[in-house]
Design a protein around this ligand. Structure first.
Ligand code: 6PG
Length: 245
């Protein structure tokens, strides 16, 4: 799928005409990245995003791109989760289970959802971090992290002005959302910025102004703080979200 590429400092922008074309371009890039990586290492660690934007992509990955990725060697993690049961309509895990995991019959041992049934969210965050450390070792160098962005500039469950933005050591922490479900688990900035690659997927005219502010480096916006130290950072945008750039 044709995308127009621009570079802005550390960020690469890839802009497609429509959200459908964007999803196809991202699926293409993911298939290529996974197969290239799996020719060098046994497993691929993929962090999924929640929200609506990635649903087109997940359906594509489970559809026409299903055979282009060796899903038996891909391990799924989450960038954030609402602190609700897995069958709750707002659960990011439920979204992925319905659009990706079940259609692709991804093996259970490859699926690492954030726990939302533990006594307290902070205990759940600790538990998830130990699961990540067991899989990744002493650095959260995920092979690919998928992220979305809200119109307020939040990403994962890192919302503007919340304490979790100050977290410099832990990989997983409790996030506070201004909308229900308010209690979240989220990867922290240190974890996101240790990734080998981060893909932001942002579509729609309603996000165009925030995209401009983030790319201009407005640090009050959490999405502007995601700058992988050594990793690739691609902002995948449709034309509507890229308006004014
Ligand atoms: C979540 C997501 C969140 C999402 C943005 C954008 O749990 O909601 O992780 O960070 O990516 O809110 O959501 P949309 O794609 O629905 O606009």
């Amino acid at each position: 799928m044709a995308t127009f590429e621009r570079r802005m400092d550390k960020r690469v922008l890839r802009i497609a005409d429509t959200a459908d074309e964007l999803a196809k371009a991202v699926a293409e890039a993911m298939a290529e990245k996974v197969s290239r990586t799996l020719s060098q290492q046994p497993l691929f660690s993929l962090v999924l995003s929640g929200g609506n934007t990635p649903q087109r992509l997940y359906r594509l990955l489970a559809g026409e791109y299903a055979l282009q990725i060796d899903w038996n060697r891909v391990h799924l993690f989450w960038g954030d989760e609402r602190y609700v049961p897995y069958d709750h309509p707002g659960s990011n895990f439920r979204l992925a289970r319905e659009t990706l995991i079940e259609p692709l019959h991804i093996p259970g041992e490859n699926v690492h959802p954030m726990p939302t049934h533990i006594d307290t969210p902070s205990q759940a965050a600790r538990l998830y971090e130990s699961a990540l450390r067991a899989f990744l070792g002493n650095a959260p160098r995920f092979d690919l992290v998928l992220l979305g962005m809200g119109t307020d500039g939040h990403t994962a469950s890192l919302f503007p002005g919340t304490p979790v933005l100050q977290e410099r050591a832990r990989w997983v922490a409790v996030g506070e959302a201004p909308v229900e479900p308010r209690v979240r688990l989220t990867l922290t900035l240190p974890a996101l910025n240790a990734a080998k690659a981060v893909y932001f997927l942002v579509t729609g005219a309603d996000k165009a102004q925030t995209v401009q502010r983030v790319l201009a480096g407005e640090s009050v916006l959490p999405a502007a703080l995601v700058l992988p130290r050594e990793g690739e950072l691609v902002w995948w945008l449709d034309k509507a979200a890229a308006k004014g750039l």
